[in-house]
Design a protein around this ligand. Structure first.
Ligand SMILES: Nc1ncnc2c1ncn2[C@@H]1O[C@H](COP(=O)(O)OP(=O)(O)OP(=O)(O)O)[C@@H](O)[C@H]1O
Ligand SMILES: [Mg+2]
Length: 248
């Protein structure tokens, strides 16, 4: 079953004079439970595409479907409900709230969803254990490292058991050890909770954790790679594809 479908997506920025086409007729399907990647050179439109797929931005034309239902033109209350119930977000700048401690940052989606405090603390404990940040719950974001912040953002993204996690360069500010750990956690969530993951990156190592990667170039689909053998073999294929695309 496809959990998310994009149909003939277009995105323009700017007025009629200097109109810039950022997404040029991209269609894609993501299966439920997939670990799906989007790659491409800087400025190719990856973040824009992810924002459109996750309802953070509306396309200029085209449609996005979540489990068969068109979500492109939902009104704000329905959109907020969908984002809170079904989606989790990990963006590069984390979007942690600086005045809230780690525990309250992680709990935020459940507070918004008006869950009981016992359920909230049980679930916070569960994801904090999964991500190895139990000992950080009382700290403020500024008191923990970048890698730890990234894991807090991942914990918050998965706290409401979303059906899809959208991640934009989630390893962008991590060293290789923290990046590997985060990717292993995402793989675990994907495999153990069946969470669909849609990840944008320009890093071949990060991308090698995906099962399938769509490459975009000049704002359209350039190619697709499906992982067959080991992660290491896939990593090499990704690098070859990047060389074929050029631009970085
Ligand atoms: N709100 C906006 N208004 C105008 N132009 C924008 C806006 N957002 C993005 N763009 C332009 O759209 C293009 C694609 O941007 P996008 O952020 O999607 O690229 P990207 O593939 O994510 O790049 P990177 O790898 O550097 O993050 C860029 O040229 C950018 O300047
Ligand atoms: Mg980007």
């Amino acid at each position: 079953m496809n959990i998310l479908t994009g149909e003939h997506l277009l995105k323009f920025y700017g007025g009629t004079q200097e109109r810039q086409q950022i997404i040029n007729n991209i269609s894609l399907q993501v299966a439920s439970g997939e670990f799906f990647g989007i790659m491409g050179p800087s400025g190719a439109g990856k973040t824009t595409l992810l924002k459109i797929l996750s309802t953070m931005e509306r396309p200029s034309a085209g449609y996005v479907y979540f489990k068969g239902q068109e979500i492109t033109n939902l009104k704000e209350p329905q959109l907020n409900y969908l984002r809170n119930q079904s989606f989790g977000f990990i963006f590069q700048d984390f979007n942690l709230i600086s005045s809230l401690n780690v525990q309250d940052n992680i709990a935020l989606p459940l507070v918004i969803a008006k869950k009981s405090s016992s359920e909230i603390s049980r679930r916070v404990e569960e994801v904090a254990r999964l991500l190895g940040i139990q000992q950080l719950l009382t700290f403020l974001p500024e008191q923990i490292s970048i890698g730890q912040r990234q894991r807090v953002a991942a914990a918050r993204a998965m706290i409401n058991r979303p059906e899809i996690i959208f991640a934009d360069e989630p390893t962008g500010s991590l060293d290789s050890r923290n990046a590997t750990e985060l990717l292993q956690y995402l793989t675990k969530i994907n495999q153990e909770e069946g969470t669909t993951i849609i990840l944008v990156t320009h890093d071949p190592f990060t991308a090698s954790y995906c099962q399938r990667i769509m490459f975009i170039k000049d704002h359209g689909i350039f190619a697709e790679l499906i992982r067959a053998g080991t992660r290491q073999e896939f990593f090499k294929k990704v690098i070859q594809m990047q060389a074929a695309i050029g631009g970085e």
